[in-house]
Ligand binder design. Structure first.
Ligand code: NAD
Length: 459
């Protein structure tokens, strides 16, 4: 593996240096080939994701191929415009000059993807890397072998290995890849592994994007439309079986409306998944036994007004509510990443702050309220990657909004134009003219300081 990774990197570097990937027409043609192959293999992708963790075709279209197709269309349409050198105002200090920002590819990119949206989170960064004129190596997750296989087949069909190549494998392969010099690393996954990636990147001062996780709070005040909030939050919490980085992790709710909210929430779960969600074709499974055990341990000794049934053989955990867990309980320690919703009541809004501040800056932040001033106050009080008022997750679907974390939830972002920008180095170029050469900057400086100060003051 070691030798073959070195070989792939060297071949990709050579390919990049031949400038093959730089012409815009070449990149657009590559994106179009990718689009057409994904269209052709759409059913295989959905089947693979379903085999990996029983995700329904509807959720796959919504959150895997749908998002990928949207991103492909947007980048194909706008690439010529976004990649043009951008003329900027020149500095009078350099007069006469014409100044530009050139949109330059980094070179050879490493993309490491997680298992939870196994197709989308490997392919959208790849679209960005190609659009920006790079070559790329993609390492999909070992926990979704069926999807990783299809990703490999698609890339093999569409691209020369010297351009885009898929390396499959687990932690060891990932570490081997990280031990090499890259021009950019794009990582999506846990905070724990994100730190390993950052350390490896530091060795070569490689720039990184880290798309990580966190504990996303969801505040519901006494003015919220409770029934609608419950409906939206059932969708947001149980989409992908709760295994979503932007899922609402826990609810902070005014005690005056808590019982009513829980009642609505239970009803909405039944409406969505029936009396026995294990039989619903729309309800995914936990990815593996390790995560199943981790989640099952969170249920122990808790008050569970709804749900709580599990089936290890089927990696099934019922949509579950935990009522008022302690802050030091298992479920409140780290990101849950499963179909378990802790509901914490508050009597006074000042209690909210103490709980949210217990955790690192979250990836997402949600508020259900109809009080504009209160919403405004919350938005300015907390730092978070992105958020939604009166709903959850949906900001992710708008390519005009950048997606990424802050602090422990990540570094950098992508989606839409930012997907292109992330894989692009902004190369600054001043083009000086020769017809004038102001003498002021040249030594000897004697007698010129006054002129310089006047110049700096007015220009
Ligand atoms: P993970 O960090 O365990 O694995 C991600 C990738 O890193 C995989 O390809 C894996 O092979 C590799 N990896 C695992 N351990 C490694 C190690 N020790 N050294 C080097 N590489 C290693 O994450 P996961 O379980 O696949 O995904 C779940 C996590 O990802 C959650 O924390 C979730 O919040 C986060 N996530 C974030 C986003 C986002 O866009 N911000 C999206 C999806 C998931």
């Amino acid at each position: 593996m070691k030798n073959s990774i070195d070989k792939i990197i060297n071949t990709q570097r050579d390919f990049f240096l031949t400038h093959e990937t730089k012409p815009i027409a070449y990149r657009i043609a590559a994106l179009k080939r990718l689009k057409s192959e994904i269209n052709k293999r759409e059913q295989d992708i959905h089947k693979a994701v379903n085999l990996d963790f029983k995700k329904s075709e509807f959720e796959s279209v919504l959150s895997e191929t749908g998002i990928v197709q949207k991103e492909l269309n947007l980048l194909i349409k706008n690439l010529a415009r976004w990649s043009r050198p951008e003329r900027v105002k020149s500095s009078m200090l350099n007069f006469p000059s014409a100044d530009y920002i050139y949109k330059d590819p980094y070179g050879t990119i490493l993309i490491i993807a997680p298992w939870n949206y196994p197709f989308q989170l490997a392919i959208v960064p790849l679209i960005g890397a190609i659009a920006a004129g790079n070559t790329a190596v993609v390492k999909p997750s070992e926990l979704t072998p069926n999807t990783s296989k299809v990703i490999n087949e698609i890339c093999k069909t569409v691209f020369d290995e010297a351009y885009v190549s898929v390396v499959q494998g687990g932690v060891e392969v990932s570490q081997e890849l990280l031990s090499k010099r890259w021009d950019y690393i794009f990582f999506t996954g846990s905070v724990f592994v994100g730190k390993i990636v950052a350390k490896a990147a530091a060795e070569f001062l490689t720039p990184v994007t880290l798309e990580l996780g966190g504990k996303n709070p969801c505040i519901i005040d006494h003015t919220a439309k409770l029934k609608l909030a419950a409906k939206r939050l059932v969708w947001a919490k149980f989409l992908n079986g709760g295994q979503t980085c932007v899922a609402p992790d826990y609810i902070l709710i005014d005690n005056k409306v808590k019982t009513e909210f829980i009642k609505h929430y239970q009803n909405e779960i039944k409406k969505a998944y029936g009396e026995n969600p294990q039989e619903s074709p729309d309800y995914p499974r936990i990815i593996n036994e390790k995560n199943f055990n981790r989640l099952e341990a969170m249920l122990k000794d808790e008050r569970i007004p709804f749900g709580g049934r599990t089936d290890k053989n089927d990696l099934y955990i019922e949509p579950t509510i935990i009522d008022q867990p302690d802050l030091d309980s298992e479920v409140m320690k780290d990101e849950i990443f499963g179909p378990i919703l802790p509901v914490l009541g508050y009597d006074n809004e000042t209690e909210i702050n103490a709980i949210i501040k217990t955790y690192d800056k979250p990836l997402s932040f949600y508020v259900f309220s109809t009080r504009k001033a209160y919403i405004k106050k919350l938005l300015s009080s907390y730092s978070f990657g992105g958020g939604v008022i009166n709903d959850a997750i949906v900001y992710y679907a708008n390519p005009n909004l950048p997606f990424g974390g802050v602090g422990n939830s990540g570094i950098g972002g992508y989606h839409g134009k930012q997907t292109f920008e992330t894989f692009t180095h902004n190369k600054a170029v001043s083009k000086r003219a020769n017809w004038l050469d102001a003498p002021i900057r040249y030594a000897p400086y004697k007698g010129k300081l006054g002129q310089l100060k006047t110049f700096l003051k007015y220009f």
